[in-house]
Design a binder for this molecule. Structure first.
Ligand code: XMP
Length: 510
């Protein structure tokens, strides 16, 4: 086990993912966790993350200085390096100008951390993002690397196994970053590895069996990789004690309900109880235009329908959910943050619920879930399906949801996705979908004036869905999709492509 102490960096989750990609289990803990609690977990190594603060500010998050006496190797990254330097008696200062983006470091000394990467005098490109800098390392440390703007780009106290780097080894713009993390884990922390898809699978099944015993479990399946993976895991672990329910809220994409029922059942051998609740949801959404209100209604109604169905099945003690590690981290950390959208399923269940929740994926990242799902034989159509929000098309139709708008949006969305798949672009994107704005625009078809809906196409790439880039789809491709949509979907006379990043826009339109 390696623990990442989080000081608020954008990249903290990325650090944890890189560590796990190296085959070492790792968790994220608050930066100010006590040394005693850390010691109780028996970590083989600690990583101090980056963060937006300045170490010399009174409010800046600090590590318990007891961590430096645990005898555990430590790697400080960016703010983590500055914090280690500051707390151990080095000198940290605001830089005269921020260093942001690609930089070149020069190695000044051979060291265990860089042993697989370069020797004295090597020049290496890396990614920097910092305002402050360490001027001089604390006593006991030697200087390992510098850049033209950063006097201490890397430092080490070999005796205590403390290392610090100013650059970000976790991002892909630092080409040797993964090797550096691997060296830290295997050569310095002496980790043995062993975290892989097979061990994740074995452990998950063991834990489910221990927790559930001979109890019965109900599981909602939505067709996304998370819920399908949970169901497949449970099926392996407890077989017939599992009941899976698929609620069709009428806000799914074209053909989705049929496809999920067919593909999932075929691949997993699990019988899905299909609940057609389309009319109930549409009736409750009638006349509602506020996005948060729509989310609330869909969420409430979903729980109601699900509970009714589960109680008909009878005898269930547990409810399984596909919560992932990023949801767990964000729900813990975001209590002070603004509610932009009420996304998170965590904690969204009714208080009087009788069922105990089990979340077999709660310590896993999405890429681990995908690998797990593939290893259990789930089809690619499920494994690589883009995430789809719980309220479904209700938040992709701006304003009131009506059967007519749902039909138009489904047809347009299906054309977009079909063309993306045909062009081999679907897997290169994190999410791609159509949005129906409830305004009309004027157009001309033949000699007729039209007054119909514009369709917005949205396609993004992102690592973590917290920030996102709009996808640079080829013009010819967009042209083809646009032509097909206006020709084939009655009620649409215009197609626009959303070229906004997140932030300041969000991925969904509502
Ligand atoms: P935004 O629009 O906030 O979306 O950039 C980030 C990610 O969250 C998804 N999303 C939701 N998922 N219920 C969900 O289960 C919701 O209400 C919801 N709203 C947004 C969105 O699709 C994207 O993946």
């Amino acid at each position: 086990l390696v623990l990442v102490l989080d000081f608020g960096a954008q990249y903290t989750q990325l650090i944890a993912r890189r560590v796990r990609e190296c085959g070492v289990y790792c968790e994220i803990v608050p930066g100010d966790i006590s040394a005693e609690r850390l010691a109780a977990r028996h970590p083989k190594g600690l990583i101090l993350s980056g963060g937006p603060s300045s170490v010399y500010e009174p409010q800046a998050p600090k590590a318990d200085t007891g961590i430096y006496a645990l005898g555990v190797p430590i790697l400080g990254i960016c703010y983590g390096l500055q914090l280690m330097a500051y707390q151990l008696g080095g000198q940290v200062e605001p830089a005269s100008h921020r260093e942001f983006g690609p930089a070149e470091i020069t190695l000044l000394k051979a060291s265990p951390l860089f042993q697989a990467i370069g020797q004295e005098g090597s020049r290496l490109s890396c990614w920097m993002s910092h305002g402050d800098k360490v001027l001089s390392p604390p006593a006991g440390f030697e200087l390992l690397a510098m850049t033209s703007a950063t006097p201490v780009a890397a430092m080490a106290d070999r005796r205590r196994h403390f290392y610090g780097v100013q650059f970000h080894p976790e991002v892909e713009h630092t080409p040797f970053g993964k090797e550096l993390i691997r060296t830290f884990l295997y050569e310095i922390c002496r980790c043995r590895g062993g975290w892989n898809t097979q061990s994740i699978l074995d452990q998950a099944i063991r834990e489910i069996c221990e927790r559930v015993g001979d109890g019965r479990v109900v599981c909602g399946v939505s067709g996304g990789v998370d819920s399908c993976c949970v169901a497949a895991l449970l099926h392996r672990a407890i077989g017939k004690q599992l009941t899976c329910i698929f609620v069709d809220h009428g806000l799914l994409r074209k053909g989705e309900a049929e496809q999920v029922r067919r593909d999932f059942a075929e691949a997993s051998g699990i019988h899905l109880i299909y609940v057609d609740a389309q009319d109930r949801f549409l009736a409750r959404l009638k006349g509602v235009t506020d996005p948060e209100q729509k989310r609330k209604i869909v969420g409430e109604e979903f729980v109601r329908v699900f509970e009714e169905c589960a109680s008909e099945v009878g005898g269930a003690r547990f409810l399984a959910q596909g919560t992932l590690y990023p949801d767990v981290i964000e729900s813990g950390a975001s209590s002070k943050a603004h509610v932009i959208k009420t996304h998170h399923n965590v904690g969204g269940l009714p208080k009087d619920m009788q069922l105990e929740v089990i979340e077999p994926l709660r310590m896993l990242f999405k890429d681990e879930v995908r690998a797990l799902a593939l290893s259990m034989g789930l089809p690619e159509s499920i494994v690589w399906r883009h995430p789809f929000p719980g309220p479904g098309l209700a938040i992709r139709i701006i304003g009131e949801v009506t059967p007519e708008k749902l039909h138009i949006l489904r047809e347009a969305d299906a054309i977009f996705v079909e063309e993306l798949q045909k062009a081999g672009l679907y897997r290169t994107l994190s999410q791609a979908f159509a949005v129906l704005t409830s305004i009309y625009s004027v157009g001309v078809m033949g000699d007729q004036r039209t007054y119909a809906y514009p369709i917005v196409l949205r396609a993004v790439t992102t690592e973590d869905f917290m920030t996102a880039q709009w996808a640079r789809l080829p013009y010819e491709f967009l042209e083809k999709v646009s032509r097909r949509i206006v020709n084939e979907v009655v009620g649409v006379n215009r197609v626009v492509y959303d070229i906004s990043t997140k932030p300041p826009a969000t991925i969904e339109w509502e």
